[in-house]
Design a protein around this ligand. Structure first.
Ligand code: SAH
Length: 503
């Protein structure tokens, strides 16, 4: 089974650059052993005008059977022979996708130290897969690749046997994709969609398959019209995993639709001491001419959170729903915070956070203090246990109300840090913001905004259920009538004192 990737070029931008982008030299034929056989990379043509790389996977059918994973489709699944007589060695199945991911790993990540600007730019591509098993036929191939930016998607059914046309078509198509795409995008699409079309995964779906899918689907899957089918087939129709992926993709889609300017409305608004709220809006509305210095609300919030964490003597801290990492950055500046973990559902937010923190260029000691994890807060996660404190800064209002109990259980019931700091908008304060039309929430993705009473009721319920005490504090000017712009709750576990916990 094989696929070819071709590109065209000019003397200034030779097509052979493909070799750099794939990290495979055009003049060398190379072989890599994979779990299921040998993958070969070779270049049938390599000139400045045109260059084609071929990935050829030689499947070892016996190894497949030994691994107990050869029971794809093809043949009656129960018959002993089906193990040996099946299409796995010939068709571009999920095995090819796995080989692709292994052999072109750096290219899939879009990494290319030699030609970074070439890797980042779309290039003319032609991808051909002569025998692609396509459950759902040519029509589905069109629906899957159609929305992904190709100028032409051709899926020709392959006849079962040219000698006997009356036998009709096989379930294979010859696929040709043509268009101008980033190489990494094209490879990630193939990595996901080959197994989707094959629809017979050859290895057990592990929990981290969801992470792999979201990583490979970054930037295209969340908005894909066939997202449900892709997700469900990719995850071998495992219901729980599919649901998790769907939920996470939904968050990604919302964040993308928002341009990811999380919290832009109220982060942009100053709420400095002594400011009237309207004054604060003016001060920020047009930065020029603003004389009174007003501290942005986001900064006040960070200061309040840092204060609460210091008071709780927390050293190991989770920032749950860390977004673009502003709080993580502030935590890093204080050495008392020895372990800082930022968690977010959005891969894009985390990528921005990593850039903001300059994780790559950080010294070893500093880098050792910080971890960024992708994860959904509505699922329990073992990685989040054993911390002193967790922060949920402007996060709960991004969840649909019916999902909030799941977050409550995951954070207070399962991760169970000694201290949990939660901030959320106080909806009563919204009337003080002239820029906010009456009755509107502060941010497009907010599913709700609570009054002080509603927040207190939720917090009391959580505290009672999970054995925490809770105290409240205002963030920003505490308006005598409507309260502060941000409300904060600090929960402390009642079954332990800080000293016991540290021991
Ligand atoms: N804590 C940051 C960002 C708040 S915006 C701040 O105070 O500025 C809300 C963040 O929560 C977004 O980055 C969003 O991706 C994340 N988020 C929303 N639902 C989530 C979930 N279920 N699991 C993990 N993160 C989630």
């Amino acid at each position: 089974m094989f696929l070819t990737i071709s590109t065209t070029g000019t003397p200034e931008r030779p097509a052979t650059d493909l070799g750099f982008l794939l990290h495979k030299h055009p003049e060398k034929a190379q072989a890599f052993s994979t779990a299921h056989g040998t993958a070969h990379v070779l270049y049938p043509e390599a000139t400045a005008e045109r260059c084609t790389a071929a990935l050829l996977l030689e499947v070892d059918p016996v190894a497949l059977v030994r691994r107990g994973k050869g029971k794809g489709r093809g043949g009656a699944p129960d018959s002993a022979l089906a193990q040996y007589v099946n299409d796995r060695p010939y068709a571009a199945s999920s095995l090819l996708a796995v080989a692709l991911a292994k052999v072109f790993k750096s290219a899939l990540h879009g990494a290319c130290a030699a030609l970074p600007e070439r890797a980042a730019a779309p290039l003319p591509l032609r991808i051909e897969i002569p025998a692609l098993p396509a459950r759902g036929g040519a029509g589905l191939v069109d629906r899957l690749f159609g929305p992904l930016g190709w100028t032409s998607v051709t899926a020709e059914p392959v006849v079962l046997d040219p000698e006997f046309p009356e036998w009709g078509d096989s379930r294979y198509v010859r696929l040709v994709l043509e268009g101008k795409l980033r190489l990494a995008d094209a490879l990630n699409q193939l990595y996901v969609l080959l197994p989707v079309l094959d629809d017979a995964k050859h290895y057990w779906v592990a929990p981290d398959e969801v992470d792999k899918l979201l990583r490979a689907g970054d930037g295209w899957l969340a908005g894909h019209p066939e997202q449900k089918l892709i997700t469900s087939r990719y995850l071998s129709r495992r219901w729980g995993l599919t649901r998790e992926a769907t939920e996470r993709l939904e968050m990604v889609r919302l964040a993308e639709a928002d341009g990811l300017e999380v919290e832009d409305v109220d982060n942009a608004v100053g709420a400095g001491e002594g400011d009237t709220a309207a004054g604060a809006v003016d001060a920020v509305g047009e930065a020029g001419g603003a004389e009174e210095r007003s501290v942005p609300l986001a900064e006040l919030r960070r200061e309040a959170i840092l204060g609460a964490l210091r008071a709780a003597e927390a050293a190991r801290v989770l920032d749950l729903g860390c977004g673009q990492g502003q709080l993580v950055q502030a935590l890093l500046k204080d050495v008392r915070f020895t372990d800082i973990v930022g968690v977010d559902v959005s891969a894009r937010a985390l990528a921005i956070a990593a850039r903001r923190l300059r994780l790559e260029r950080m010294g070893e000691r500093q880098a050792g203090r910080v971890t960024l994890l992708q994860g959904s807060l509505t699922y329990t996660d073992k990685r989040l246990t054993g911390y002193d404190a967790a922060v949920l800064s402007e996060v709960i209002e991004h969840l649909d109300l019916p999902r909030l109990p799941a977050l409550g259980y995951a954070v207070f019931g399962s991760a169970r840090p000694r201290t949990v700091v939660v901030t959320t908008p106080n909806v009563e304060y919204n009337v003080r913001w002239e820029t906010l039309p009456a009755g509107h929430v502060r941010h497009g993705d907010h599913r709700f905004e609570w009054t002080r009473e509603e927040f207190r009721a939720w917090a009391a319920d959580i505290a009672g259920t999970y054995g925490y005490g809770v105290e409240f504090a205002p963030v920003g000017t505490d308006d005598p009538e409507v309260g502060p712009p941000t409300q904060m709750a600090v929960f402390t576990r009642t079954d332990t004192t800080p000293k016991e916990d540290a021991a």
